[in-house]
Design a binder for this molecule. Structure first.
Ligand code: SF4
Ligand code: SF4
Length: 460
């Protein structure tokens, strides 16, 4: 069983007003307390999604407190001393200081990856319009911060499709636990492990793209740069407050080293860029480093609800039917409704899919799976309401009225980026082909199994 390394999400009793807005968004009812009193998080129930961090509106009137009080609070939260943003009661305690230290001392070879949802939200930290698409400026900023290799989680999202699509086809054709559930959202995985242990076998054995990238960095990537895996410090920039928990899972080190050494949220990357005095808006557009920074549009849409399913269909349909899709845009799996069902006719067989956003929406479906009545083969679940674009580590909207616009614009920017990319299917990505030819062998092969898959276990 994965142990929680530390409490990533906290509510500061000194600042909490007891308004209970967090109760309305917590997908697992993990917040307890009386109205008007400071609330508490039940650590056993919490899946660390950070939705309470996003909605919390109780903050310090810091200009009335003394400076020492504020600096102490900032340090408790691992935030930079100089930040002038309000300190909200519900907050995330991340890894900003650890990563800053590594970049300062340069005693490790640093490799960084960025989740798809970062490139459509980071600019908001610098006053740019909601949902601005900035992959090139983000790569440029990471280079100026001193990272040695600027790689991309999107590459590993393409790898995930190769492995997860093959796993699904294997389960469908050779027999295996069905329906299969996606496993790229660590809050969802934790929820199944804790609350539905009898259904753990339904989870895909694939690691998430974050963890696949980390495993590849310290093996294949290490070889490309002639650096020992032990000398690589692997940083993941994520929209997610649960990804630190995932990175800390004890079993995530098949290469012999922990796949990912530190996770920063989008907000924490913003702190690093601001502290370094980088003019983000004025940065030029730069490329990610090759080969592990090359990605397809399919990998890019992992950041939005329905994206993993669409990416999987774009490749699995062709693998099964041997024919190209009528339209590369599988619009039937897109949308904002909490549960979306689709049937894909792939010639030899029909694939019945379900896409779910928000854990509360999955409960009735899980009951049908438990009773053996599920009428679907493959289910994507994302804990956050619009998928990772609305994750707990994304820029926080100070005006609640901005939230729908932010999610709408971020989603549209991800789809626009998909449409402008050269490759739109994971199996078309030339660097994915190369990594299989030169290193992994084949999807579900021995090396892939060792590095890219894991075994999720019921919590005891
Ligand atoms: S982090 Fe998510 S699961 Fe945990 S208390 Fe907050 S809203 Fe609930
Ligand atoms: S939906 Fe994305 S951001 Fe939200 S908990 Fe899951 S992985 Fe994290």
């Amino acid at each position: 069983m994965a142990k929680r390394m530390r409490e990533f999400i906290r509510i500061d009793p000194e600042l909490c007003s007891g308004c209970q807005r967090c109760h309305t968004v917590c997908p697992v009812d993990a917040i307890e307390g009386e109205p008007g009193e400071p609330q508490k998080i039940c650590g056993d129930a919490c899946v660390m999604c950070g939705q309470c961090v996003q909605i919390c509106s109780a903050y310090d009137a810091f200009f009335e407190k003394d400076a020492d009080w504020r600096v102490q609070k900032l340090r408790e939260r691992n935030m930079p001393d100089g930040t002038n943003e309000p300190l909200f009661a519900a907050h995330y305690r991340g890894n900003f200081l650890a990563v800053k230290e590594i970049l300062m001392h340069k005693n490790k070879f640093t490799m960084v990856q960025c989740a798809p949802a970062i490139r459509v939200a980071l600019a908001e930290e610098f006053g740019m319009p909601l949902g601005s698409l900035v992959p090139g400026k983000m790569a440029a900023a990471l280079r100026r911060l001193g990272f040695d290799r600027i790689y991309d989680t999107n590459f590993a999202a393409d790898l995930t499709i190769m492995e997860e699509g093959s796993e699904l086809i294997k389960r469908l054709t050779e027999g295996g636990t069905l329906p299969m559930f996606t496993s790229c959202c660590p809050a969802w995985v934790k929820f199944i492990e804790d609350k539905y242990p009898e259904l753990v076998g339904h989870l895909s054995s694939c690691k998430s793209p974050q963890q696949m990238a980390g495993a590849i960095f310290k093996t294949y990537g290490a070889g490309l740069d002639g650096v020992a895996g032990e000398n690589i410090y692997s940083v993941a920039i994520m929209p997610c407050t649960c990804k630190s928990f995932e990175a800390g899972r004890q079993e995530m080190k098949a290469s012999g080293y922990q796949d990912v050494d530190a996770v920063l949220t989008t907000r924490e990357l913003g702190y690093l860029i601001k502290e370094a005095g980088i003019d983000f808006a004025g940065l030029p557009e730069e490329e990610f480093d090759k080969p592990l920074g090359i990605y397809s549009g399919a990998g890019n849409i992992f950041g939005v609800t329905g994206g993993v399913m669409e990416a999987a269909i774009r490749s699995a349909y062709e693998m099964v039917s041997g024919k190209p899709l009528d339209s590369i845009n599988v619009t039937s799996v897109r949308g904002e409704i909490g549960v979306r069902r689709t049937i894909i006719d792939a010639g030899e067989f029909q694939l019945k899919t379900v896409v779910v956003s928000g854990l509360k929406n999955v409960l009735s479906l899980l009951e049908t799976v438990k009773q053996g009545n599920a009428e679907f083969d493959f289910m994507e679940v994302m804990t956050c309401p619009s998928g990772c674009i609305s994750g707990g580590g994304q820029p926080k909207m100070l005006l609640p009225l901005d939230v729908p616009d932010a999610y709408h614009n971020r989603r549209n920017s991800l789809y626009r980026h998909d449409e402008e990319l050269t490759y739109r299917q994971s199996h078309e990505n030339p660097e994915i082909k190369t990594v299989y030819e030169q290193f992994l062998g084949e999807p579900l092969g021995h090396q892939s199994h060792k590095l890219l898959h894991t075994s999720y276990k019921a919590s005891s």
